[in-house]
Design a protein. Structure first.
Length: 252
C-alpha cells in the first residue's frame, strides 16, 4: 500500500538509500535536504527508475520558520504524511572537549536536536489529527556509549534517544508509532563531513572492518514500517559483526 513518506537529509547516506528503497516499494516521497540540485537529481532518478512521485523541500532543518511553514503549507494532496524518517544530522569535528570549536558544537546542536524537533513537531500535528503515523528517529550507538572526543556529538545523540522516548509516550494517545534506529559504524559521507573533507582520515575510520552500508540501514528502517498495525519496534540498535558498541571494535 502506497504511503506518503517524508525523509529529511535525503541527498546522501541513509536518507538517500531510504528514498531509493521506499520508492522501489511504490511510496510517494517528500524529500528534504539543503542541496536543491541533489534533491532534483535524486527525484529525477527515482522517477525514471520507479515512476516515483516526489515533492521537494530544499530547506535546512535548522531554519525553524522555513521548515515549519514548508510542512504546514504542503499542497493538500501531500499533507497526509504517514511515515517520517528523521535522518538529517551530522558530526562536526572530533576534538578533545577543551579544544573543540564552538561553531562545530552549535552546528550539531542546531541540526541534530533543534532541527529534529522542528520537523518532528510539524509532522506530528497532522499525524495526531489523523490518529495515524509512524515516526522513525535515526540515533546512533554514540547515543548509548560516549567515546573520546565525541563530546557534543554524543550529547546530541543522547538527546535524540531521550526525545524518542518522550515522543513515544506523548504520542501514544494518538496511536502514532515511534521508533529509534541506532546504527553503529556505517560507511557514508558521515566521516568525510566530520573531518571537513579529509578523505584519508575519513577512510581510516573503517580500516580493518566491514562496516554497515546505507542500504543495510535502509532495509532495517523499511522493515519496521511493514509490521502489523498493533506492533511497534520502540528501539533498535544495529552494528556490523565486528562492532559491539561505540568503543569495542574488532579490527582485522
Amino acid at each position: 500500500m502506497s504511503s506518503i513518506v517524508l525523509i529529511t537529509g535525503a541527498t546522501s547516506g541513509f536518507g538517500r538509500s531510504c528514498a531509493t528503497l521506499f520508492a522501489e516499494k511504490g511510496h510517494r516521497l517528500i524529500l528534504n535536504g539543503r542541496r536543491k540540485e541533489r534533491l532534483e537529481k535524486l527525484a529525477d532518478e527515482l522517477k525514471d527508475s520507479f515512476g516515483t512521485e516526489s515533492f521537494l523541500l530544499p530547506i535546512d532543518v535548522r531554519n525553524q520558520d522555513a521548515i515549519t511553514t514548508g510542512i504546514h503549507r504542503l499542497p493538500e494532496n501531500w499533507q497526509q504524511i504517514e511515515i517520517l524518517i528523521n535522518n538529517a544530522g551530522l558530526a562536526a569535528g572530533r576534538d578533545y572537549f577543551e579544544e573543540a570549536k564552538l561553531d562545530d558544537w552549535n552546528e550539531m546542536i542546531d541540526t541534530n536536536i533543534k532541527g529534529f524537533l522542528y520537523v518532528s513537531q510539524a509532522v506530528s500535528k497532522g499525524m495526531a489529527n489523523r490518529k495515524k503515523g509512524h515516526i522513525i528517529n535515526i540515533g546512533s550507538t554514540a547515543g548509548r556509549v560516549v567515546y573520546e572526543k565525541g563530546n557534543a556529538y554524543c550529547a546530541t545523540k543522547y538527546a535524540v534517544d531521550a526525545l524518542n522516548q518522550s515522543m513515544r509516550i506523548d504520542l501514544l494517545r494518538h496511536g502514532i508509532k515511534v521508533t529509534a534506529i541506532n546504527p553503529g559504524a556505517a560507511e557514508t559521507e558521515f566521516s568525510l563531513v566530520r573531518f571537513k573533507g579529509d578523505q584519508e582520515t575519513a577512510a581510516s575510520v573503517y580500516n580493518g572492518m566491514k562496516p554497515l552500508t546505507p542500504e543495510d540501514v535502509a532495509e532495517v528502517i523499511y522493515y519496521t514500517t511493514t509490521l502489523p498495525a498493533h506492533v511497534c519496534i520502540n528501539d533498535l540498535t544495529l552494528t556490523c559483526l565486528q562492532q559491539a558498541d561505540s568503543f569495542y571494535i574488532q579490527r582485522k
